[in-house]
Design a protein around this ligand. Sequence first.
Ligand SMILES: [Zn+2]
Length: 83
Amino acid sequence: MKYLLIFGLTIAVIWLWQGKRRSALTEKARQQKPKTQGRPRQLPTTTEIVACDVCSVHLPRTEALTNGRGVYCSEAHRRQAEG
Ligand SMILES: [Zn+2]
């Protein structure tokens, strides 16, 4: 009967020790997770705004006609300015 009690206590101690160890491991994993998630935020791409030399309308540089002497909103204004 005495041995049965010691055996039971040993099992209980091992069970408690393993449970503690498991929770410690999950806690460690939880603490390590934010490091991998901490990606640097991407900055929004900026669009340069230019004004047409003829009508002064503002438009993104990607949509403006910049192949002439100035910056124009349309082919008509480029022709009007450059002839
Ligand atoms: Zn224009």
